[in-house]
Design a protein around this ligand. Sequence first.
Ligand SMILES: *[C@@H]1O[C@H](CO)[C@@H](O)[C@H](O)[C@H]1NC(C)=O
Ligand SMILES: *[C@@H]1O[C@H](CO)[C@@H](O)[C@H](O)[C@H]1NC(C)=O
Length: 183
Amino acid sequence: MACFVTFAYYYFIILSTSFTTIHGLFSEQSVSAIRMEKLTRLHFYFHDIHAGQNPTAIRIVGPPNKSVGSFGTSFMIDDPLTEEPEASSKLVGRAQGIYAFASQQDSGLLMVLNFAFIEGMYNGSTLSILGRNPFMDTIREMPIVGGSGVFRYARGYALAKTFSFSEKTEDAVVQYNVCVLHH
Ligand SMILES: *[C@@H]1O[C@H](CO)[C@@H](O)[C@H](O)[C@H]1NC(C)=O
Ligand SMILES: *[C@@H]1O[C@H](CO)[C@@H](O)[C@H](O)[C@H]1NC(C)=O
């Protein structure tokens, strides 16, 4: 059985005395502080549903005419994230944001997404992706640029791999493996 959280452990520990410089009310700066970074790996399936009564991906911008192909086409999504590939498996969060056809030469999407988790200790925490998704490639790597809650100070990467795609409906199930360092 696939597990949502594969493991989490303390990545490294820096212990040192710190000193703080306070500049009035506006700012303070610490040279160093106790810092424990964790490495967390997540594994889940992303369901991009275009067809039917309840689509989770909606086209919000279309190309001006056929001469530019798909370039510029943009979708707003609120896609379920599940533990297993089946849509009926346990919901662990949602992917909310925009993807847009951003390449005139090949298949490259601009991804601007937040993963909003609801599972266990991750409920209420988010991770943010900002990256390029060459969706015809077998495995696409995208940067994780930040996070909130459990994932404060997050940085890392996501590897996306298409699990299934329907040419007819354009519905897709995509496997995500995410690896992040965070506090
Ligand atoms: C198609 O759109 C492009 C970019 O907006 C424009 O330059 C071009 O003139 C348009 N072509 C037609 C046939 O409308
Ligand atoms: C997540 O947290 C919200 C708000 O605290 C709560 O209403 C909800 O039941 C929680 N969901 C799960 C799956 O624990």
